[in-house]
Ligand binder design. Structure first.
Ligand code: ZN
Length: 322
């Protein structure tokens, strides 16, 4: 479904089979050229919808000149390669996002590291196998693409009359960026801030010292000072109560972090044990995996704050209260 936000600026909403159900791509038109911000999930239905949406406003895939990506999660970037092949569009994203994309294209090392990382968190080999199967499925959807240009913090761009700057916002994903249009106060936020929900945070399986929450909260502060009038998110409707959203998201993380700490006591527990105690057993395996990632995120933060202790026992990480 395509909707005109204002002249030459559109939101394209594409369906996807995941929990959030829809993903937004944003489109700007100038003469016969198009700039597409995020691409949606690569599925035959989404592709068909995109073609129909473009033709509804008098364009085709071949008119896409630039593709800008907020981050390289499947639901935002997986159609980029296909569109690039058909249109010759130039793909632009942050260097860190492209490195993340390349990291996960090397299957063997990524799978080996996944296994090692989650075994240390107390996950059973059976569950790890399920997660790897899921990961392989998701990875297979992403079409291969080349990056034509790396976008850097504070870089300034123009497309027709549209002017925008790049804001680094890592946290939800490595190399995540937002696009801010200073003259309009528009923020294309990707998954950095969403209406209703706080974006998912995950550990970096290649970097044990990475603190997803601290990184994410720093990136919230980075956008807080911008004079944002309207946020155009990667999922859900646009919204104007920008500052309230920031406060809500911060409070939610504080609350969830305290909830995780409540499950840590003098008895050593793994991240998996803690997560397992906290969640409903009826969750799907993938949702359990997301919950585990969230638990690891808070444990890392609590450890950095000195509220709990992490010990390595036979290559399994366990947590106790200080
Ligand atoms: Zn997303």
């Amino acid at each position: 479904m395509i909707s005109e936000i204002e002249k030459n600026f559109y939101c394209i909403t594409l369906r996807m089979p995941y929990r959030l159900r829809h993903v937004n791509a944003y489109l700007f038109a100038h003469d016969q050229e198009l700039a597409l911000f995020d691409t949606g999930l690569n599925s035959p239905q989404a592709y068909e919808t995109l073609i129909k949406d473009l033709s509804g406003i008098g364009f085709g895939v071949k008119n896409i000149r630039y593709i800008y990506l907020t981050h390289v999660h499947t639901d935002h970037c997986s159609m980029a390669g296909l569109l690039q092949k058909e249109s010759g569009a130039k793909i632009q994203l942050s260097r860190a996002a492209f490195e993340e994309y390349q990291h996960f294209r090397e299957v063997e090392p990524a799978v080996k590291q996944l296994r090692k990382f989650y075994a240390r968190q107390g996950m059973s080999p059976h569950l790890i196998d399920l997660i790897i199967a899921e990961y392989e499925d998701i990875r297979g959807i992403i079409t291969e693409f080349n990056a034509d240009y790396f976008l850097c913090e504070n870089d300034y761009y123009e497309f027709g009359n549209w002017k925008f700057i790049i804001v680094d916002t890592p946290g939800h994903a490595a190399g995540h960026i937002c696009f801010f249009f200073p003259e309009k106060g528009f923020l294309l936020s990707g998954d950095h801030i969403l209406p209703y929900i706080a974006p998912i945070l995950s550990p970096d399986i290649f970097d044990d010292d990475f603190r997803p929450l601290a990184t994410y909260l720093d990136s919230l502060s980075a956008i807080e000072k911008l004079p944002v009038s309207t946020v155009y998110p990667g999922h859900g409707n646009s919204f104007v109560d920008f500052q309230e959203r920031l406060t809500d998201i911060r409070e939610r993380h504080q609350k969830r972090k305290r909830a995780v700490l409540d499950f840590v006591n003098s008895q050593p527990k793994t991240a998996y044990d803690i997560s397992h105690e906290m969640i409903s057993p009826s969750l799907s395996d993938f949702d359990k995996f997301l919950a585990l990632n969230e638990t690891i995120t808070y444990l890392k933060e609590l450890k950095a704050e000195g509220t709990l202790k992490e010990d390595n026992i036979n290559n399994i990480l366990v947590y106790t209260r200080v």
